[in-house]
Write a protein that binds this ligand. Structure first.
Ligand SMILES: Cc1cc2nc3c(=O)[nH]c(=O)nc-3n(C[C@H](O)[C@H](O)[C@H](O)COP(=O)(O)OP(=O)(O)OC[C@H]3O[C@@H](n4cnc5c(N)ncnc54)[C@H](O)[C@@H]3O)c2cc1C
Length: 439
């Protein structure tokens, strides 16, 4: 009879392989079951264009002073560069009035002062409205235009600005952002070294059964595998939508944690061109021209990277657009329409107006909102919901079922390094329990 595994890890994203590597390092038997036919999860460096690596998931090492991936990169000769580039801020009529930027630079401080007197959270939109209403130095025209420039956090939070928690934007910075030259997958590939033979791809887990308290049974379409523990690193979007069935049902605290966690809709689409038609800068921030929610690309803030320059390794010029909802799902559902959708925005970047906007030679798009193995981009919390509460339930797991992933941590939450650390955290707990059990 086959020996029962010490642990099964569901998912081969950063948290999953970090967990598996730690378990294997400590001498425990482990198998990783990955649903997709590719590795990396939301770390997804797409090299299919043949001309440049395009990051469809994570691009930056955020919080560099608290980021264990930096040391891994350094030790393995992976080139990282600081991304301190300043951005040109523009709307569909061209660069915006720099005075707006100056007025807006006080917004963070205004929110800080607000929360000294008021404990209750408000939405980003409400906070912006309050700021604009308060400000005695703004003209009526500036009061109308400024809100659009201040709603940019809507992109990273992946939510409508009516839902983004203003409090969640107050976190102190933990270091400058770094970029991985030539592709984030270089870091993933280093971490997965030595455990490749333990990973099965194209193997979605269908259910996890803990009815027998002495073991956990993980079912795929073709196998039933038993282990002492399972670490589930599937994204929170998958768990919320019952992408994996738990038998018996998870405890109510766990379900409540899932209910209170929202899923961001952040997407990326890259357009590759024969020739650059935009200003020679690293980054651009597009500012919407209205607060309409009609789904037009010109109604929302966007970050656009001059990818060729930014990434330093492309053969052709390219622009990478990072999007908030509802735009993300729009182009992810049908990438063939992405260029038409963003044409009005790209038009505004065209320096030589006498030449028509060229068509892209290649479009590479993320699919996070339409992919059954992500079901959104990452965890996020709307006004009134509390990450710390939810994380407690994720960290506790239930019985032999444990959870890792970007959504299971407060430190480094949503980020690649948070995911990585959470995998090691869960593996260490299991190592402890198995080792004690053997004594
Ligand atoms: C658009 C976007 C931009 C981002 N930008 C940044 C950034 O710049 N910097 C940063 O630090 N972070 C960024 N992130 C977040 C970062 O990518 C994630 O935090 C991190 O990759 C998550 O790792 P994970 O292990 O938690 O989950 P994942 O990487 O999603 O791994 C989970 C794995 O589980 C698998 N799975 C799902 N269901 C099943 C199943 N039923 N059976 C088996 N396997 C299953 C999935 O296929 C996946 O491989 C970004 C994410 C997105 C989407």
């Amino acid at each position: 009879m086959l020996r029962m595994l010490d642990a099964i890890v569901v998912g081969a994203g950063l948290s999953g392989i970090a967990a598996a590597k730690e378990l294997a390092k400590q001498g425990l038997s482990v198998r990783v079951l990955e649903a997709r036919n590719r590795l990396g999860g939301r770390l997804n460096t797409d090299r299919t264009s043949g001309s440049a690596p395009y990051e469809l998931g994570c691009s930056w090492l955020h919080e560099s002073l608290d980021n264990p991936l930096w040391a891994i990169a350094e030790e393995n000769g992976i080139d990282l560069v600081y991304d301190d580039s300043s951005a040109m801020v523009f709307n569909k009529d061209g660069p915006i009035d720099p005075a707006l930027g100056q007025l807006g630079s006080d917004f963070g401080a205004f929110a800080g002062v607000h929360f000294e007197d008021n404990k209750q959270d408000v939405s980003l939109k409400e906070m912006i409205d309050e700021f604009v209403k308060f400000h005695p130095k703004m003209t009526a025209e500036q009061k109308k235009a400024l809100p659009q420039t201040l709603r940019i956090p809507q992109i990273s939070k992946g939510q409508d600005w009516n839902k983004v928690s203003a409090k969640s934007l107050l976190a102190a910075p933990k270091g400058r952002d770094l970029l991985v030259l030539g592709g984030y997958d270089k870091i993933y590939n280093v971490i997965k070294q030595g455990i490749e033979d333990k990973i099965s791809t194209g193997t979605p887990v269908e259910s996890i059964d803990t009815s027998d308290p002495s073991k956990v049974t993980v079912k795929t379409a073709s196998e039933e595998i038993t282990a002492k523990y399972v670490i589930v690193s599937a994204p929170v979007g998958v768990l919320k939508n019952n992408g994996i069935k738990f038998v018996p049902e998870p405890p109510s605290e766990f379900k409540a944690a899932l209910d209170s966690t929202d899923v961001a809709e952040v997407g990326k689409v890259y357009f590759e061109f024969e020739k650059a038609f935009w200003p020679d800068m690293d980054k651009f921030v597009f500012v919407g021209d209205s607060d309409a929610v009609d789904g037009a690309s010109t109604s929302y803030p966007l970050v656009i990277s001059n990818w060729y320059k930014f990434n330093g390794s492309g053969k052709y010029p390219g622009l990478g657009v990072i999007t908030p909802p509802p735009l993300t799902n729009k182009f992810e559902s049908d990438p063939s329409k992405a260029f038409d959708h963003f044409t009005p925005v790209l038009e505004a970047l065209r320096t030589d107006k006498s030449i028509p906007l060229p068509k892209p030679t290649k479009v590479t798009s993320s699919k996070w909102t339409v992919d059954p193995y992500s079901q959104g981009s990452y965890s996020t919390y709307t006004v009134g919901n509390d990450r710390e509460e939810a994380v407690k339930a994720f960290e506790n797991g239930f019985g032999r079922v444990r959870f890792a992933g970007e959504h299971t941590t407060v430190r480094g939450a949503t980020f690649a390094h948070g995911a990585y650390r959470s995998g090691i955290r869960e593996a260490s707990k299991i190592v402890d329990e198995v080792t004690k059990g053997r004594l």
